[in-house]
Ligand binder design. Structure first.
Ligand SMILES: [Zn+2]
Length: 85
């Protein structure tokens, strides 16, 4: 009779441990989905390259906001717009 009792206790501990270990990775899986909405792509009107908005160099030309990949592109585009006018 003792053997059955021990087996039941061991089984109960094993079952508790299993359910405890199972519940942990579930929390990890839900946090593994970080929504990256802020990583919006913008087009550089000078060279036509797409760059993330956060990394882009912004310039206001004629009331409009433009995004550039580098300072060089920004300067060149500003110059071209000034020539046009
Ligand atoms: Zn560029």
């Amino acid at each position: 009779m003792r053997l059955i009792f021990y087996t039941l206790v061991i089984f109960a501990i094993y079952w508790l441990l299993r359910s405890f270990l199972k519940s942990k990775p579930k929390k990890k899986a839900s946090s593994q989905l970080p929504p990256q909405i802020e990583d919006e792509l913008v087009k550089d009107p000078m060279c036509g390259i797409y760059i993330p908005k956060q990394k882009a160099i912004t310039a206001k030309i004629g009331g409009k906001v433009y995004y550039f990949c580098s300072q060089k592109c920004k300067e060149e585009y500003t110059k071209r717009q000034e020539v046009k006018k």
